[in-house]
Design a protein around this ligand. Structure first.
Ligand SMILES: [Zn+2]
Length: 306
C-alpha cells in the first residue's frame, strides 16, 4: 500500500497581502524538492475533494462558517484578522485542505491507506470554533480528528502538533472531548497566547523557551508525549506538521533542524505501529523558510513513508 500525498494546485490561488510569509511558494518549494528527491515515485499523489459542510460543523460553529463563506471576495482581499486575509481563491483552497483530512480519514478507516500527508495550504491549527486567526480559516486536523471519532469503530485518536506555535484552535475544540488527545509543543511565551494553559488529562501542552535546540526538544517530547501515548492508545494518529521550529525559520525562535523532525516523526511512526495499526494522517501547518521547509518535509516523509 503506497502512502498517499494529497495536494492541489488550487492552494496557490490563496494569496494574502504582499510580503506575507504564508505564500504559494511554500507548497511549490515542497513539491519541487520532493520531485528532485524522487519522493513522488514512492508516494501516490492525489487531489483531495472539497470538505463536506457536515465535517466542518463537527468543529466549527455554523454561524462562523456562514460568515467565512459570505466573506469570500470576488476580487481584492478581505481581512478576517490582522494577519489572516481572504483572496478570491482562499475559500476553495481552505475547503480542499479540510477535504484532504476528511478523505484521509475515510481511506484509513476503510483500510485503503495507512499513511497520508496533506501538502496543502492555508494551514489550520490556529482556527478556533468561532475565529479565523494566525493564517488559518478552517482547522483541518481537527476536522479529521472529529470525523474519525464519528466512525463507529474509532473511540480514541490523538493529534500531535510540533509547529513552533501552539495549536490553540485544536485545544479549544477538543478540551471537553476526551476521545481526542491533543499534544502540542511550542515556543512560549509566543503567539498565539491562547489556550496554552488548559489543564486536562487529554490535553498535553509542552511550552519550550525561545532558543530550544535538539536535545531539550527531544527530552521534553519523550517526557510528555511517550507516556501520554501509552495511556491514550490512539487508534489513529494525526500530526499538525509545522516546520517553523527550524533554526532558519524567520518567524520562530527555536533551533531545530531536519533531523529533529525526522526523529519526532519516527517516534510517532513507532507509536502508530504499536497502537493504531500504523495509521497516521499528517497535514502541513507552518514553516516559512522555503529551503528549510522543503528539506524538513522531505525528512518527515522519509520516516512517514516507511
Ligand atoms: Zn507556526
Amino acid at each position: 500500500m503506497k502512502p498517499i500525498l494529497f495536494t492541489h494546485d488550487a492552494c496557490d490561488a490563496h494569496r494574502m497581502h504582499p510580503g506575507h510569509p504564508e505564500r504559494p511558494e511554500r507548497r511549490q518549494a515542497i513539491l519541487r524538492r520532493l520531485q528532485q528527491e524522487k519522493m513522488l515515485d514512492e508516494w501516490e499523489v492525489r487531489e483531495p475533494p472539497l470538505v463536506s459542510r457536515e465535517a466542518l460543523e463537527h468543529v466549527h460553529d455554523a454561524r462562523y462558517l456562514d460568515g467565512v463563506f459570505a466573506s469570500s471576495p470576488d476580487e481584492g482581499l478581505f481581512d478576517l484578522d490582522g494577519d489572516t486575509a481572504m483572496s478570491p481563491g482562499t475559500l476553495r483552497a481552505a475547503r480542499l485542505a479540510s477535504g484532504a483530512l476528511e478523505e484521509a480519514v475515510a481511506l484509513v478507516t476503510r483500510g485503503e491507506a495507512r499513511r497520508v500527508f496533506c501538502a496543502m495550504r492555508p494551514p489550520g491549527h490556529h482556527a478556533e470554533s468561532n475565529a479565523a486567526m494566525g493564517f488559518c480559516f478552517f482547522n483541518h486536523v481537527a476536522v479529521g480528528a472529529a470525523a474519525a471519532i464519528e466512525t463507529p469503530e474509532i473511540e480514541r485518536v490523538a493529534v500531535f502538533d510540533f509547529d513552533v506555535h501552539h495549536g490553540n484552535g485544536t485545544v479549544e475544540m477538543f478540551q471537553d472531548r476526551p476521545q481526542v488527545m491533543v499534544c502540542s509543543s511550542f515556543q512560549h511565551p509566543f503567539y498565539p497566547h491562547r489556550y496554552h494553559d488548559v489543564k486536562r488529562d487529554h490535553i498535553i501542552n509542552t511550552p519550550l523557551p525561545a532558543g530550544t535546540g535538539s536535545e531539550d526538544f527531544r527530552r521534553a517530547i519523550e517526557r510528555d508525549w511517550t507516556p501520554a501515548i501509552e495511556k491514550h492508545r490512539p487508534q489513529i494518529i494525526f500530526i499538525s506538521a509545522g516546520f517553523d521550529a527550524h533554526r532558519d525559520d524567520p518567524l520562530g525562535g527555536m533551533r531545530l533542524d531536519e533531523k529533529d523532525f525526522a526523529w519526532v516523526t519516527r517516534l510517532l511512526v513507532e507509536a502508530a505501529g504499536k497502537h493504531s495499526g500504523g495509521r497516521i494522517i499528517s497535514t502541513l501547518e507552518g514553516g516559512y523558510h522555503l529551503d528549510a521547509l522543503a528539506g524538513s518535509v522531505d525528512a518527515h516523509l522519509r520516516e512517514l513513508g516507511k
